[in-house]
Design a protein around this ligand. Structure first.
Ligand SMILES: CC(C)(COP(=O)(O)OP(=O)(O)OC[C@H]1O[C@@H](n2cnc3c(N)ncnc32)[C@H](O)[C@@H]1O)[C@@H](O)C(=O)NCCC(=O)NCCS
Ligand SMILES: Nc1ncnc2c1ncn2[C@@H]1O[C@H](COP(=O)(O)OP(=O)(O)OP(=O)(O)O)[C@@H](O)[C@H]1O
Length: 198
């Protein structure tokens, strides 16, 4: 089973592009969403996160306090690194278990904001959108302030760094057609798979 990553900075359009692959029948693993499920259900992880971030990391009803954690980690790279260190091994394990269930798919897609050449993926797609457009789209989508978006961006790869890990780049800037680009990549990935099967 080919494992393909899809990455890009906040608001680049990863989820939008992943949705198109999903319509083509490709199973998509949403790391952000799965991470949020795991921090709400994995008791060992919950204990470790409270130790790292304080009891305020969870609301009295047990909900993961995203707003509080977001404010803490995106202004403190060391805290973010420590949180990643707790959550990412759990996500990696969960992803491998999920992949094993996707028996009939030609390939699977892992969507994540953090991805490197050594992430254990066979190919990486980077969704590229100019920073200015990403900021405008996230303000519109989330109601975050420009400073909040820039704060998150400072803790992510730059556009150049994202592109440096890419096997395929999808340009999602204003005026570009993502459907055509997705169809081309899907065709190439399926033909790679055919070569493996020969
Ligand atoms: C930091 C948290 C609380 C922020 O939650 P919030 O709902 O405010 O924002 P959201 O999840 O939509 O993330 C905002 C943007 O930051 C990106 N992001 C999330 N976590 C990280 C991270 N560890 N490093 C860099 N970018 C990140 C997201 O992809 C998105 O682009 C939450 O994202 C979290 O718990 N992250 C840790 C889990 C993680 O690393 N997820 C990323 C893939 S495994
Ligand atoms: N080509 C486009 N033109 C205009 N708006 C777009 C385009 N692509 C995506 N958007 C919008 O921009 C916002 C960000 O897109 P999306 O949520 O797919 O990004 P993302 O990379 O998954 O973000 P995050 O990392 O925050 O999860 C969404 O509101 C989406 O509807």
């Amino acid at each position: 089973m080919l494992k393909v990553g899809i990455t890009g900075g906040i608001g680049s359009g990863k989820s939008t592009v992943a949705r198109i692959f999903s319509h083509l029948g490709i199973p998509v693993y949403d790391s952000d969403q799965r991470a949020k499920d795991l921090v709400s259900s994995d008791t060992q992880l919950i204990t470790q996160i409270k130790q790292l971030m304080g009891v305020e990391a969870y609301l009295p009803d047990g909900t993961y306090h995203r707003k509080y954690i977001s404010e803490q980690v995106f202004k403190n790279p060391e805290k973010l690194k420590a949180l990643n260190h707790l959550i990412h091994p759990a996500v990696r394990k969960d992803f491998e278990a999920w992949v094993n269930q996707q028996v009939d798919a030609p390939y699977v897609l892992k969507e994540a904001a953090i991805m490197n050449r050594d992430s254990g993926l066979d190919a990486i797609i980077v969704v590229h959108t100019p920073v200015k457009e990403r900021i405008e789209r996230v303000i519109k989508r989330d109601g975050r302030t420009e400073d909040q978006v820039k704060n998150i961006m400072e803790n992510q790869k730059t556009e150049e760094e994202f592109i440096s890990v890419a096997d395929y780049v999808i340009n999602n800037g204003n005026g570009h057609s993502i459907l055509r680009q997705v169809l081309e990549i899907d065709k190439k990935l399926r033909s790679t798979l055919d070569q493996y099967n020969v």
